[in-house]
Design a protein. Structure first.
Length: 80
């Protein structure tokens, strides 16, 4: 996968994972994806994205709320 400087914008990572940007950020928070800042813009490293996909496939990770979770805004505790 090629992208700008080895980075994927959050929106593109979310699109490829068939999820939301919030879920991508939850993946970052849980250490499943690596986020870096370049020129004031936050993005996901392609290396961490490819590692995540190779281990998990294109699916939402267990333990991370979906946008339809009744307490997705405050969760992070492992429902979903």
């Amino acid at each position: 996968m090629k992208a700008n400087g080895g980075l994927l914008p959050l929106s593109k990572a979310a699109q490829l994972l068939k999820t939301t940007e919030i879920n991508v950020l939850m993946h970052v928070r849980k250490g499943l994806l690596e986020q870096v800042e370049k020129d004031g813009i936050w993005a996901i490293t392609i290396k961490s994205f490819e590692e995540f996909v190779s281990k998990n496939g294109i699916k939402k990770s267990e333990g991370i709320c979906t946008s339809s979770c009744p307490h997705a805004a405050s969760c992070g505790s492992g429902c979903g």
